[in-house]
Design a protein around this ligand. Sequence first.
Ligand SMILES: [Zn+2]
Length: 222
Amino acid sequence: MARTHSSKSKHPPSSECGRRKNAAHSTRGKRDLRSNDGNLPVLDVAPTQLPGVLVLNANFEPLNICSLHRGIALLLLDKAEVLRFSEQTMRSAEEEHLIPSVLRLHSGVRRPTPELKISRKSVLARDGYTCVYCGSRETLTLDHVFPRCRGGETSWENVVCSCLKCNNKKGNRTPQECGLRLPHPPRKPRYVPYISFPRFVSAVRRPEWREFLEGFGKGLEM
Ligand SMILES: [Zn+2]
């Protein structure tokens, strides 16, 4: 569970453990991602390969996945601390820095709980981009478990991810009527992330973010 992390004991400030070279400059403080000439560091990776930065609230709840530039801005403004670095680096004029991967805000942000509306992307994400009937990951579609033409609703409890083959086989029948097995009754995810639902599901699967998200990710399981 992410709340068990103590940033003070386990995660030194970014300016300390993010630096790989020129340790003699370690007294410059938290804003030293900016070089002496005031410019932001030069990135070693192409902009298209830039990783997102996971931003956690002060209470460790996931808030956002922002751009690396936004993440660096939060550090320069001393609004966040680094909990985890990626393996990629960026250079300032004198030093090489690890790129921050997970940030935690110093001050808690209050937001209303977002509404989790059903959508194609969200249903596919909830079902792991896998056909619930046969496990295929090819040609995925949405299927109304109780057929729409017979009054079935478009709801979290009645729509699942299905491959085209199973969807065609099922037609206007229920799974029981055509011999397909539905492993679990579909339902609305218990946890509603601030991050968009499909992005959150993808983020939970990133090994470097898993420990910060898996406690919340349990609310996504069917
Ligand atoms: Zn299938």
